[in-house]
Write a protein that binds this ligand. Structure first.
Ligand code: SF4
Length: 82
């Protein structure tokens, strides 16, 4: 099944809030430093610098929309083969 890897570069995120508004299933501003992160449900690794998630195809468009609105290009989405 095809899955996608989502990476948020929290070092460059400016906490504008656009990603969580655009794709709330997948993104939220963290309680730790106020920067965007992948939600607990989809996160496989999150620290103060990076937040990495694995998502199903149903969330691909949502993730890409959030990546598209990010003013600092902090979100990347990569296809994984499994
Ligand atoms: S859109 Fe970009 S800068 Fe804004 S909260 Fe999301 S990752 Fe951070």
């Amino acid at each position: 099944m095809v899955k996608y890897r989502v990476v948020v570069n929290r070092d460059v995120c400016i906490s504008c809030g656009a990603a969580p508004v655009t794709c709330p299933e997948l993104f939220e501003l963290g309680n730790d430093n106020g920067k965007n992160r992948v939600t607990e449900k989809y996160s496989v690794e999150t620290d103060e610098h990076l937040s990495i998630g694995i998502i199903p195809p149903e969330l691909y468009e949502c993730a890409m929309n959030a990546a598209g609105v990010c003013p600092v290009s902090a979100i990347s989405v990569l296809k994984l083969e499994e």
